[in-house]
Write a protein that binds this ligand. Sequence first.
Ligand SMILES: C[S@@+](CC[C@H](N)C(=O)[O-])C[C@H]1O[C@@H](n2cnc3c(N)ncnc32)[C@H](O)[C@@H]1O
Length: 262
Amino acid sequence: MSVILTDGDYKILKQSLKTTIGLDLSQYKQQQMQRRIRQWLDRTGVKTYKEYLKILESSEEERLKFTEYLTINTSQFYRDVSVFKEIEEKVLPDLLQRFRRLKIWSAGASIGAEIYTVAMILQELSPNTAHTLLGTDFDQSALVKAGAGVYGENLLNSLPSLYKNKYFTQENGSFKIDAGIKGKVRLKRHNLLEDSYEKGFHMILCRNVFIYFTPETQARLTKQFSESLVPGGIFVVGSAENLMAPETADLKRVSYCIYQKD
Ligand SMILES: C[S@@+](CC[C@H](N)C(=O)[O-])C[C@H]1O[C@@H](n2cnc3c(N)ncnc32)[C@H](O)[C@@H]1O
């Protein structure tokens, strides 16, 4: 039998999860989250959500597993080929011309595939400049994978062969990213909903993260991201994400998924 999770139960559960895992689920779309949590409860074999809360409170391992499941860390190198082609052929060359040394943030970086893609592109475009690259995520398990830099081949399916051949070595059927590329990226745990944002970025990528947030939270975070960009800086979202009123955050749409700060 399925675990019952009424709207009332979900409200109580959200409150508890704020303290146990540190995530404020009221800023995530309810239907989607509630459904995912119900599915997880069914999988764990508990009879009630209260029973599961007790397990969460007593087990760090369970908290990590649950957070990893909730935050959904699907990612890929060069994800959305047309968007990354534009970043590679237009956006980064233009930013390099205007600013020379770039500061770039992948917010919701997951396993690192996005920020390492940017690092490889920059290595080709401007190999002799020390750029600042930051990848942040709430989910510690994803950051551990990013730090290890070892991936299944399926995550490299969209990556042009130039990068795959030059910056990866095969090890026991997996692909290990070049230590030089890995060393260019700083990884940090960061909660987009609560922690303060660094400033002075020339490009911020926050892709396939907004889809999980309520429209109010999306609008609030868009303003915060905009404040973190230098004038003329670039904000990139996922291909299923459209900013609702970018102009209220001093952003204008310059292309599919790509916005520029005034
Ligand atoms: C679907 S992945 C996207 C990964 C990558 N940006 C991409 O597009 O391939 C979403 C990521 O957002 C992270 N995330 C969700 N809520 C977050 C929050 N409040 N703060 C920081 N990261 C969060 C998840 O942990 C997950 O790694």
